[in-house]
Design a protein around this ligand. Structure first.
Ligand code: FES
Length: 170
């Protein structure tokens, strides 16, 4: 069993007060759920169930309604994101060039799975479909930075450059 407790919700009183203000601002507004969720994500960085429940209670709607909207739109994330958001492309061109092995190498390096965030909040991993750089397959992005023609052995060095805060390793 792993010792680390991943992605436990830790909201502060300040965040909760900010969320309450947002809810109060949009409470009587038709279609207020979307802006509330957008602002809630801005406050917390993501939309954990606890936040969805506060939104549901505050707006007087069901949790399932909030959850339905939060999961329907890709702009919303139900899991926390790291300071450095890693996305490995699993689109066809990248996949046939072995991007699953790149993803595996990233997961092994960080000790987390795709969809998770490291306990220190530094990295999160996701996969994506075609980022439009198929000529560079297999491709991984970290924030705005694109890494192409990757082999699994390069992953550690790239991640180290972010661990050491420089980022954007060649
Ligand atoms: S399939 Fe990965 S960039 Fe197009």
């Amino acid at each position: 069993m792993s010792e680390k407790t991943l992605n436990e919700f830790k909201g502060t009183a300040e965040q909760e007060a900010a969320l309450k203000d947002v809810i109060a601002k949009h409470h009587d507004q038709p279609g207020g759920l979307m802006p509330v969720l957008q602002e809630a994500q801005g406050i917390y960085g993501y939309l954990p169930l606890e936040v969805q429940q506060m939104v549901a209670d505050g707006l007087g709607i069901s949790l399932s309604e909030v959850y339905g909207v939060a999961t329907f739109y890709s702009q919303f994330s139900l899991t926390p994101k790291g300071k450095h958001q890693i996305s490995v492309c699993l689109g066809t061109a990248c996949y046939v060039k072995g991007s699953d092995k790149i993803l595996e190498a990233v997961e092994n390096q960080l000790g987390i799975k795709s969809g998770e965030c490291t306990p220190d909040g530094l990295f999160s991993i996701d996969s994506c479909r075609c980022v439009g750089a198929c000529g560079l397959a297999p491709v991984m992005t970290i924030g705005e930075e694109v890494y192409g023609k990757l082999v699994p052995d390069q992953v550690k060095k790239i991640l180290d450059s972010y661990r050491n805060e420089g980022g954007a390793a060649e």
